[in-house]
Design a binder for this molecule. Structure first.
Ligand code: ZN
Length: 134
């Protein structure tokens, strides 16, 4: 299924291909808990930025691996490149403009990131993503 997503002001628009039933992570780390981000992690091939590259700016902290991209006009973070999956994209399901048939929210303990991040690694792999789309 193709989803379209955007920031609040609409300058940033993207598409993501993912199953009609989504399994997403809700993370308790310092930044995700404050922004309410619901994580849909996909390989690069399943994500396309349609417009707004020039409106995106980036916030980095701690290890600096994650690139927390957000719209500099409206402040919304519709997707970013996560530290757990630097080879993929992590889309905020709250920023999708068409909704999935259903969503299963799985708690992710990002406070203890080092012990748990390996559980997410497969989500940005092509084979895994293709399987989920079947
Ligand atoms: Zn915006």
């Amino acid at each position: 299924m193709k989803y379209s997503g955007s920031c609040h002001c609409g300058r940033v628009k993207f598409e993501v291909e993912a199953p009609s039933h989504l399994e997403v992570e809700e993370c308790n780390c310092s930044i995700c808990s404050k922004s309410g981000f619901l994580h849909l992690i996909v390989p690069q091939s399943k994500f396309s930025l349609l417009q707004g590259q020039d409106t995106l700016t980036c916030y980095q902290f701690n290890t600096g691996v994650a690139q927390h991209t957000f719209c500099r006009i409206c402040g919304i973070k519709p997707f970013y490149i996560p530290r757990s999956n630097p080879d993929g994209y992590d889309v905020n399901v709250r920023c999708l403009d068409n909704q999935p048939d259903s969503i299963t929210v799985i708690p992710f303990d990002g406070i203890h990131w080092e012990q748990n991040a390996h559980n997410l690694a497969l989500k940005s792999q092509e084979d895994y993503a293709e399987e989920q789309l079947l």
